[in-house]
Design a protein around this ligand. Structure first.
Ligand code: URA
Ligand code: CA
Length: 433
């Protein structure tokens, strides 16, 4: 097999076979296929697309390029959730204990990563003492006893994807549906999920800015999941404004606690109930979405969701008393109000810019070496559709430095206030099976 012939084949719009795709990915992983040939192939895929069979073969080849996590010692169907990313997305913190409380095993492997806030692990480390440095055996034991544990990323998962994603980043081939879908799915499958629940975001704060693209991506991932024998469902949800109120690490832990108590923001609560219902169904713990939702509401109302969160924190060294007294979480020195400059209705909050504001305060990492300030961030008091009066607080800035002029300007720029009444945006656009 010559790689140049395979590039030509794809360039001409023909279908690559399983053995051809395996050959390419194996050679690439072993360092025998130069970046210039892989770039040319990625560009050919960008223009010619891939068939469903090719997408499944590519995903499988990337899974096989590295280690795979074996969760077979955990009882039950392991359901993983993946969000394509957004601003202030507190859902993972809520969903873990929420679905665990109805018996769905959640074995979460998580990273830190770059972004507007830290990743799930960073957020949880706002709880004094909490840590993810546990052995694999301990991880499995904790999931079996408490239904929930979080461990840091270990092993060399999907090295082919790691290299290809970095290459796509510098060759204008990131926004290709078959390449994105296989990239995301390969990572979930290698991490050991039996079933996968996807939250594909759309809107200005999302990777997929418009609904049509988000739908195509969701459909592609669901079909890959089915093609490799992992039951997969997707929903498409709004990211035209930040989710919930809080954007920051400790601030989002507090928001997750509120939500597990049934006192969280309406949009975050609804999204968690929707995603959670699909997870419960995927884990075969209910026979209909309605029944699944009722189970989730029950564990919020009777306190079991919150109790599961406490047990989970304690099992990994955390001080669970923060759940009853969130004032023990890291707290910023300055809380500065951003007041509305006029009466009217909020018509837009550019999610991306709110993320930038949190980042400027120190809530996220710009490079791998950045140190996160767990206490800082922003809390929104007004969301799209809300009426405001001049002087009302739009946002509270939680900062450890007194001078927040620049952050304040970013927040003002992200808010649009108009005189006519505005509807709140749709939260959940579609469910894809
Ligand atoms: N996220 C991923 O993990 N992979 C992509 O290709 C795009 C977004
Ligand atoms: Ca939030």
């Amino acid at each position: 097999m010559r790689v140049v012939d395979l590039i030509e084949k794809k360039r001409n719009g023909l279908e690559l076979t399983k053995s051809e795709i395996d050959f390419i990915i194996t050679e690439y992983t072993n360092g025998n296929l130069p970046d210039y040939q892989m770039s040319a192939l990625a560009m050919a895929i960008y223009f010619q697309d891939m068939t469903q069979e090719e997408r499944v073969h590519l995903t499988t080849a990337m899974v096989n390029s590295g280690d795979q996590i074996d969760l077979s010692e955990i009882e039950g169907i392991k359901v993983d959730k993946h969000s394509t990313g957004g601003v202030g997305d507190t859902t993972t913190l809520v969903l873990g204990p929420l679905v665990a409380a109805v018996g769905v095993p959640v074995a979460k492997m998580s990273g830190r990563g770059l972004g507007h806030t830290g990743g799930t692990i960073d957020k949880l480390e706002a709880v004094p003492g909490f840590h993810v440095e546990i052995t694999n055996d301990e991880f499995i034991r904790l999931v079996n006893t408490n239904k929930l544990a979080v461990i840091g990323q270990s092993g060399d998962l999907t090295p082919a994807d790691k290299s290809l994603y970095a290459l796509r980043d510098v060759t204008a081939t990131v926004d290709s549906i078959p390449l994105i879908a296989s990239s995301i799915m390969s990572k979930k499958i290698a991490a050991g999920a039996d079933a996968i629940c996807l939250d594909v975001k759309t809107g200005n704060g999302a990777f997929m800015k418009d609904l049509k693209d988000a739908e195509a991506l969701a459909q592609a991932m669901v079909e890959i999941g089915k093609g490799v024998g992992r039951n997969t469902k997707a929903i498409i949800s709004d990211m035209s404004q930040p989710l919930g109120f809080a954007v920051g690490n400790a601030l989002e832990v507090k928001e997750a606690i509120d939500t597990l108590k049934g006192e969280g923001p309406e949009d975050l609560t609804e999204l968690c109930l929707t995603l959670g219902s699909h997870m419960v169904m995927l884990a075969k713990k209910a026979s209909s979405l309605e029944e699944a939702r009722a189970l989730l509401i029950e564990v919020i109302d009777n306190g079991q969701a919150l109790a599961t969160f406490k047990t989970f924190l304690e099992a990994q060294g955390g001080d669970a008393s923060v759940v009853d007294d969130p004032s023990q979480l890291p707290d910023a020195s300055y809380k500065i109000s951003v007041p509305a400059k006029a009466d009217g209705y909020v018509s837009e909050i550019v999610a991306e810019q709110i993320g930038v504001a949190a980042m400027k305060l120190g809530a996220g990492r710009a490079t791998k070496e950045s140190v996160i300030d767990l206490a800082v961030g922003v809390v929104l008091h007004k969301k799209v559709g809300d009426a405001v009066k001049k002087g009302d607080t739009l946002v509270t800035i939680h900062s450890n430095s007194e001078n927040v002029d620049e952050v304040m300007n970013v927040i003002y720029d992200s808010y649009t206030i108009v005189s006519e009444q505005v509807d709140a945006p749709t939260l959940i656009y579609k469910e894809i099976h």
